[in-house]
Design a protein around this ligand. Sequence first.
Ligand code: SAM
Length: 165
Amino acid sequence: MVRLNEIRAGEVAVEPPPATDAGLVFIGRIRTPWTDRLGCPRQGRADGPACRIEVFPPWRDALDGVALYARLEVLYWLDRSRRDLVRQSPADDGTTRGTFSLRSPVRPNPIGTSIVTLIGVGDGVVHVRGLDCLDGTPLLDIKPDRALFTPLAPPQAGDADTGGA
Ligand code: SAM
């Protein structure tokens, strides 16, 4: 599966249905030191290398306020992944688990997320540590880390709804 897009013993692939156009747009490109999957960390670390998130021009004004947050959540498109495995064997030992119980890049919609540490923002570039993607990975979104974020909108009734009877 993951490492080089091979299929391992016990893994199960399916024929995916035709893609639905959800209207996703790639809003930037992520620059990292990693050009091959085997050299790329499986999960980013706060003490990892500095990486650049280059935001394309139409979206740069959307970076206003980002510098207020010490940590951000970054969503990206793991564009070199296969997308058809429902069972995977991370240890390559014949045992498998379902894709949705893993953080493997191989998934029907290969979205990766990382909580990153902000180094700085300027000229349409967000400098961070904590990524784990290949150089050139397309950028989907940037948000404040939810643990640091307080909604700016006024409270609404549903905010306190616990669903209890
Ligand atoms: N932190 C993210 C998450 O949990 O959603 C991604 C974790 S995933 C295990 C990270 C691995 O994905 C890397 O070690 C590398 O093997 C692979 N990878 C990174 N960038 C990729 C890309 N653009 N396309 C396909 N695979 C990629």
